[in-house]
Design a protein around this ligand. Structure first.
Ligand code: AMP
Ligand code: MG
Length: 344
C-alpha cells in the first residue's frame, strides 16, 4: 500500500513540520488539530485522544486561554505584561510574579550558570540596542560607547528568582528581562501538560518552531519533523528527525538578521561582548525532555559557538545538531546522543 501520498512542509523558526496528508488509513476523526497565534508567533497542535471526553472545541479554548495567560506574563511586546511591568519598575525589592514566570526565570538562571553567561535573560538592553527588540528594526551597528553603556545593565547574577512565593528581584535597578529565548519552549511544555491532563496519549505540539512530541502519529509512526537548512532565502530540509517522547528546539542566525558593510548581524547576542554572536555556527537544534530547557540551550550553545558550544554539549551528553556555514556548503556536527533522533 502506498502509505504516504503527499508530504507537505510547514515552516517555523528552524523546523519544517512534515504534514503527511491524504493517508487512507488515518481516520480524520481520530486526530484533533489545533492552530492559532500566541507568544508573537503561531502554534499548531496535533493530538490523538485516549478518552472520548476530549473535544477539539474544548481543547482549542483551553489552549488559547493557557497561551494567552503565558503571553500576558512573559511578552516583551506587551506594555502591560507582567514582564514589562517588572522591567519598568526600578525597585530592588522582591516583585511578586506568576508562578510560571518565576519558573522560567529560575531555569534561565540555571542555563546561564551552565553556559557561563552566554545565555542571559538580562540581555534585553543589548537586544533593543541592536534593533531586535519590540521597537522598530534599526539595522544600524551601534557605537562602542552605546554598547558599553547597555552592557553595564546586563548581568544575570544581578537578578534573583524564587518560587515560594513566586517573585523576582533586581539587584541592579537598571536590569530588564527578555524571555524570548526560553518562554516559547516553556509554553510548549505547558500545552503538552494540558494535553496529557485532557487525555491525549499522543501529540505533537509546535509553537514558533519549538516542539514537543509524545507517543506516535495517527499512522502509528513516530512523529517526524524536518530541521531546516539554514538558508537566507528559500526553505529546504537539512535533516529529518524522529521525536519519541522528546522536545526539540532550534536557534539560528538565518531568519532574523541584518547586514551592514558586508557583515551579518543576527538577533542572538553574546552578552560577554555586547555584540551579535559572530562565528560560522548558523543553526543549533537541541533535543531534551523539557522544551524550555532545549530552547534555552539552543540559544546558549549558539552564543558559545561551534567549538566551546559543542564541547559543552558533549560533556553534558546533550542531543544536539550543529550546522556550520562553510565555503558554499553547510557542514554538520552531531553529538552522539543526537543519534537517537535519526530515523533508522
Ligand atoms: P531563540 O530564537 O530561542 O534563540 O531566541 C532568540 C531571542 O532571544 C532573541 O531575539 C533575543 O530576544 C533573545 N536573546 C538574544 N541573545 C540572547 C542571549 N545571549 N541569551 C538569552 N536571550 C537572548
Ligand atoms: Mg531559544
Amino acid at each position: 500500500m502506498k502509505r504516504l501520498q503527499k508530504a507537505v512542509g510547514r515552516i517555523f523558526g528552524g523546523v519544517l513540520l512534515l504534514l503527511f496528508a491524504g493517508v487512507a488509513r488515518a481516520a480524520a476523526s481520530e486526530e484533533i488539530v489545533l492552530t492559532g497565534r500566541a507568544m508573537g508567533t503561531t502554534y499548531r497542535v496535533r493530538a490523538l485522544a485516549d478518552s472520548a471526553t476530549m473535544t477539539a472545541d474544548g481543547l482549542q479554548r483551553e489552549t488559547d486561554a493557557l497561551l494567552e495567560r503565558l503571553t500576558q506574563q512573559m511578552s516583551t511586546y506587551r506594555a502591560d505584561s507582567e514582564l514589562s511591568r517588572f522591567n519598568r519598575q526600578r525597585e530592588t525589592n522582591w516583585f511578586a510574579v506568576s508562578r510560571e514566570f518565576a519558573v522560567v526565570v529560575e531555569e534561565a538562571q540555571r542555563i546561564s550558570r551552565l553556559t557561563g553567561g552566554a545565555f542571559d535573560v538580562t540581555v534585553d538592553p543589548l537586544v533593543r540596542l541592536w534593533g531586535f527588540g519590540p521597537e522598530r528594526r534599526t539595522a544600524v551597528v551601534p557605537s562602542d560607547e552605546a554598547i558599553a553603556k547597555a552592557r553595564r545593565r546586563v548581568d544575570y547574577r544581578r537578578l534573583d528568582a524564587r518560587l515560594d512565593p513566586p517573585a523576582l528581584r533586581k539587584l541592579n535597578p537598571e536590569l530588564s528581562v527578555d524571555l524570548s529565548a526560553i518562554a516559547k519552549g516553556y509554553a510548549v511544555d505547558a500545552v503538552a501538560a494540558l494535553l496529557v491532563k485532557s487525555g491525549a496519549g499522543h501529540y505533537l505540539v509546535e509553537i514558533g518552531g519549538e516542539l514537543a512530541a509524545r507517543g506516535h502519529s495517527a499512522l502509528s509512526h513516530p512523529w517526524r519533523v524536518g530541521i531546516e537548512r539554514p538558508l537566507d532565502t528559500g526553505r529546504e530540509i537539512e535533516r529529518v528527525v524522529e521525536l519519541k517522547d522528546r522536545a526539540l528546539a532550534t536557534s539560528g542566525d538565518y531568519r532574523n538578521f541584518f547586514s551592514a558593510a558586508g557583515r551579518r548581524y543576527a538577533h542572538i547576542i553574546d552578552p560577554r561582548t555586547g555584540r551579535p554572536a559572530a562565528h560560522n555556527l548558523t543553526s543549533v537544534s537541541v533535543a531534551h525532555d523539557s522544551c524550555m530547557t532545549a530552547d534555552a540551550l539552543a540559544t546558549g550553545l549558539t552564543v558559545l559557538g561551534p567549538d566551546a558550544g559543542f564541547e559543552l554539549a558533549v560533556q553534558n551528553n546533550f542531543a544536539c545538531l550543529f550546522i556550520l556555514r562553510g565555503e558554499g556548503a553547510f557542514t554538520e556536527k552531531r553529538t552522539s546522543a543526537f543519534a537517537e533522533l535519526l530515523p533508522r
